[in-house]
Design a protein around this ligand. Sequence first.
Ligand SMILES: CC(=O)SCCNC(=O)CCNC(=O)[C@H](O)C(C)(C)COP(=O)(O)OP(=O)(O)OC[C@H]1O[C@@H](n2cnc3c(N)ncnc32)[C@H](O)[C@@H]1OP(=O)(O)O
Ligand SMILES: CC(C)C(=O)C(=O)O
Ligand SMILES: [Mg+2]
Length: 568
Amino acid sequence: MSRMPIEKYRAFQPIDLPNRSWPSKVITKAPIWCSVDLRDGNQALIEPMGHERKLRMFRTLVKMGFKEIEIGFPSASQTDFDFARFLVENGEIPGDVTIQVLTQAREELITRTFDAIRGAKRAIVHLYNSTSTLQRRVVFGLDRAGIVEIAVKGTELVKSLVHTIPETEIVLEYSPESFTGTELDFAKEVCEAVMDVWQPTAEKPIIINLPATVEMATPNIYADQIEWFINNVKWRERYILSLHPHNDRGTGVAAAELGMMAGADRVEGTLFGNGERTGNVDVVNIALNMFTQGVDPELEIEDIDDLRRTAEYCNQLPVHPRHPYAGDLVFTAFSGSHQDAIKKGLGARRKQNDVIWEVPYLPIDPEDLGRSYEAVIRVNSQSGKGGVAYLLEEDYGLHLPRKLQIEFSRVVQGHTDTTGKEVTAGDLFEMFRKEYLEAKYPLEFVDHVTLPDTHATERSTITTHVKLYGQAKEAHGIGTGPIDAFCDSLAKALGIALEVVDYSQHAVGKGADAEAVTYVEMKGAGNLTLFGVGRDRNVTIASLKAVASAANRLHAAAARAEAGIGAK
Ligand SMILES: CC(=O)SCCNC(=O)CCNC(=O)[C@H](O)C(C)(C)COP(=O)(O)OP(=O)(O)OC[C@H]1O[C@@H](n2cnc3c(N)ncnc32)[C@H](O)[C@@H]1OP(=O)(O)O
Ligand SMILES: CC(C)C(=O)C(=O)O
Ligand SMILES: [Mg+2]
């Protein structure tokens, strides 16, 4: 039994909705989006946005395609009032965008709100008062009738002011704030009372916004509340049902999605979920969830890094590196098996020219959000051969044979285990260069003269020039090809016994700059096998350098074994 004071809490009561239909519904179209970054997001900031930050956010939201934008609470702050005036007076509001302003249901605040929007083509006046049992008791000290009266009086005042700004088309949005803590029959009563005053029509509907001001239960309960409301509140065709989830339980996005399945038409939220406490619902997250299901989200999110930078600048708050779709690390795989699977998935896609996106561990193509594959695979102590091979292939054009991938990943593992740090592609190449291409001691290849014998004998003869422990040596050998002849010369003249186990070669670069890279797996004394790698413009020299590289690595491994350090 936990020592936590569990007796202080009680379970949210389920909604009685026996024939609920939302669980079998599917989201097939985008909701009407409304950004509340400039109001709900802004009111939650340590340092609220000033004019310049507000304008940058507003322009970004317009560019993204939001058609409804809550620009502030003009009666609460001079900055918000002035900002509304600035937008109206400077032609900042595109013809197809409607601004929205929030106000409490209080006379002086409503009047001031109308002053703020005067001259706009169209505006949503968003009126709210709290309706929950808790707020009725502890904040307002009112019974149900008293709360209905606040809402009705506020609506009447809004209605009476509409004619004072005839050039502006006014839409009323009403929010029974703290809806999730409100009895459903009372939410119905107060919303219907507001509609009775406003008299919406199907052509000029009211927006009824049902906020999860505080997220209090599992998201299915929110969906039940929405479906119940739609089934029981009159005049369905005369109101747009809007959701306004917060994220207190970490399920704001799920609540919005289930709420849409339950029949909601509209969603209010913010970019990356900024907002009071744990935030408003993240509209980018919902939109991209839809996108990954093949549904047009009707928001442009092609450069998510730019959006994130804007949100971070305006809010002066960071977006978490693991934030869905937007975080710095969300298209990055560190663990080996993930890297391996992603590498294979991307490779298969390229080969098959697939239209449908299916890559293990990547629910979305990073390129669709303006991000690149480069950051997909990073290497640290949790990584395996797949990630190492991927980076060397992508950045340096090296196609390591599978057994060499395994061998080299042990070298990398040794390094990352010691440092505990991530290694970049550049670090990896440096390690690879030192370990294989620079393995020149004690044997250094200098030059060769190789003569093929006649076709009849299919043999090569070689004169080898090498350095052994720094001293120039010349050796002669015969074999079935240059590598075989080179090994023969090393064995005969220098006593270095090597046997080729595996060999592969490919070109790196193109045209005059092309080089050959050779990978040879060689068996040395004591049946130990290791790889050597050579790189040169000349195909034969690349191979002979690879043999020398293997000889040196075998020599070093034998020396370590003898010293009791253990072979690599
Ligand atoms: C869930 C949400 O996000 S709601 C939006 C919340 N956002 C904000 O509040 C940010 C901006 N607000 C403010 O700056 C201030 O609250 C102001 C300027 C609007 C009003 O300031 P004040 O009048 O000084 O204080 P305050 O907001 O605390 O008002 C409290 C009074 O209004 C009443 N009230 C609160 N909300 C409402 C409402 N929606 N409708 C009618 N009356 C309300 C309270 O009962 C209280 O009444 P009392 O003074 O008789 O006890
Ligand atoms: C003003 C209302 C809609 C609000 O922000 C909330 O309830 O969270
Ligand atoms: Mg809110």
